[in-house]
Design a protein around this ligand. Structure first.
Ligand SMILES: Cc1cc2nc3c(=O)[nH]c(=O)nc-3n(C[C@H](O)[C@H](O)[C@H](O)COP(=O)(O)O)c2cc1C
Length: 221
């Protein structure tokens, strides 16, 4: 698959089929993703790949927390800045509106947070979830490295015909995740990535993007 095609076809899929994902495909992707760049070549990511009964158990535990209205574990890093201003707030609101509509959740539904948490804690039906951790001693530069690594993984998944959805939501249940995967206190959960084949018959959600002139300046080019 052409790189442009991989970038263009990658989107956050929120309806996966239960078709299993071959371990060999995951191994190919994760072996190739080791080529992702990182400042000083620290390669600061720690990845746990969870599937089968351990994932089913994790989904059960997280879903029961979500359905009980559990507000989640104390956060180790903020999902967003407390003061989200324009243009970021506008982009956030537009994407959220598109997402709720695609998931069939009304904006004024009082149970909306619970429903969203429940869908996320089922990993949208994905048969595999990767959990990406960073060593607690790492700083902002290494968080950036982890983002580059995960995007590399998600693009390679496209080459295998697979889709993904990054999920920061798993950090709400980070203690449940860490207990299940056996991650020690020295590691901070960055996010999960749901992986699988897209369910047939679900209309794809293509989120908008800011015009390039809003985010890129060419100087001397
Ligand atoms: C680090 C990170 C965490 C995310 N967490 C979630 C999440 O918890 N649940 C979810 O449904 N989508 C999540 N997303 C997906 C974003 O909403 C999505 O990337 C954005 O709206 C752009 O849409 P696209 O990925 O379909 O292009 C996350 C994305 C990133 C990069």
């Amino acid at each position: 698959m052409d790189v442009y095609e991989a970038v263009d076809s990658r989107r956050s899929v929120r309806a996966f089929s239960d078709e299993p994902v071959a371990k060999e495909a995951l191994e190919r992707v994760l072996a190739a993703a080791r080529r992702a760049p990182s400042s000083g070549n620290l390669q600061p990511w720690h990845v746990y790949v969870v599937s089968g009964e351990p994932l089913a158990e994790l989904k059960r535990r997280a879903t029961s927390r979500a359905m009980a209205g559990d507000p989640g574990d104390e956060r180790e890093y903020p999902m967003y800045p407390t003061e989200l201003t324009s243009p970021y707030l506008d982009r956030f609101s537009a994407a959220a509106a598109q997402r709720y509509e695609a998931l069939g959740i009304e904006r004024d539904d009082l149970d909306r947070p619970k429903k969203i948490a429940a869908l996320n804690s089922e990993a949208f039906g994905a048969p595999v979830v990767l959990f990406c951790y960073l060593d607690r001693t790492m700083g902002p530069g290494q968080w950036g490295d982890a983002g580059m690594y995960l995007q590399t993984v998600m693009l390679l998944l496209r080459a295998e015909g697979l889709h993904s959805c990054p999920q920061v939501m798993w950090t709400m249940y980070r203690k449940t995740v860490s207990q299940l995967v056996g991650a020690d206190d020295g590691l901070v959960l960055f996010c999960g990535v749901a992986v699988g084949f897209e369910k047939e018959g679900v209309s794809p959600l293509r989120t908008g993007r800011a015009d390039m002139s809003e985010t890129v300046r060419f100087i001397g080019v």
